[in-house]
Design a protein around this ligand. Structure first.
Ligand SMILES: [Zn+2]
Length: 219
């Protein structure tokens, strides 16, 4: 991967900046990076065109952008790096429940997957809340429930989700399975959970990270 900064610097010196991200976008395409992810990362750091990217060369912000972009391209779910706990069969997952009212559109008993970064909900959910996606219907849902499932391996779960017709979930990987297992391991069956992409402050700057947390559903 050629350096983002030196590449854009070369182009801006040669042809100037028209105050768009035209050179950054070409660089992203050449380096296999999702442009929407990269644009989000750039704009969050107030780099609204190619010359602003070059101008930030000396700052710490830049390191953050480069690492954030690399992580997001390889890890659509922003799941923290985790090792598999063990090879045992998976016996629980998060499923949808009907009758929860608005912002919950998945079908009763349908498996739920936290939405990956940047996924657009197919129906309206609250803007401030991240959501799950139904693995069959593709519909967004804010609240899921821990349920027992027929025991299966991590590989079987990945295969099942990857084979679903819900395109938002096609890059699904083992890390998401491990992450979900770790987060629901200590919760009782029928516990209600939500998901978010929480902001975490690390050594190289702020980043977002997948989270699954217990919620209380009022009856
Ligand atoms: Zn510019």
């Amino acid at each position: 991967m050629t350096s983002l900064i030196s590449d854009i610097d070369k182009h801006v010196r040669a042809s100037g900046c028209n105050h768009t991200h035209q050179f950054a976008q070409v660089w992203a395409a050449q380096n296999g990076i999702d442009w929407r992810d990269m644009l989000d990362a750039l704009e969050q750091n107030c780099m609204f065109c190619d010359c602003e990217i070059v101008a930030n060369l000396e700052t710490d912000q830049l390191e953050f952008i480069e690492s954030a972009v690399a992580v997001e391209a390889a890890n659509r779910w922003l799941s923290p790096s985790l090792k598999a706990a063990d090879d045992s069969m998976i016996t629980r997952w998060i499923v949808a429940k009907e009758g929860l009212g608005k912002n919950n559109y998945a079908q009763d008993g349908e498996w739920l997957i936290p939405a990956p970064w940047g996924a657009t909900p197919r129906k309206r959910v609250r803007k401030t809340v991240h959501f799950f996606i139904g693995a069959q219907s593709g519909m967004p849902t804010e609240v899921g429930f821990v349920a027992e499932i027929e025991p299966q391996s991590t590989a079987q779960i990945v295969e099942r989700i990857a084979a679903s017709s819900v395109t938002e979930l096609s890059p699904f990987d083992t890390r998401v399975v491990w992450f979900v297992q770790q987060k629901i391991a200590r919760l009782a069956v029928s516990s209600a959970v939500g998901t978010d992409l929480r902001e975490v402050v690390g050594v190289s700057g702020k980043r977002r990270e997948l989270n699954i947390y217990r919620v209380i559903v009022r009856g």
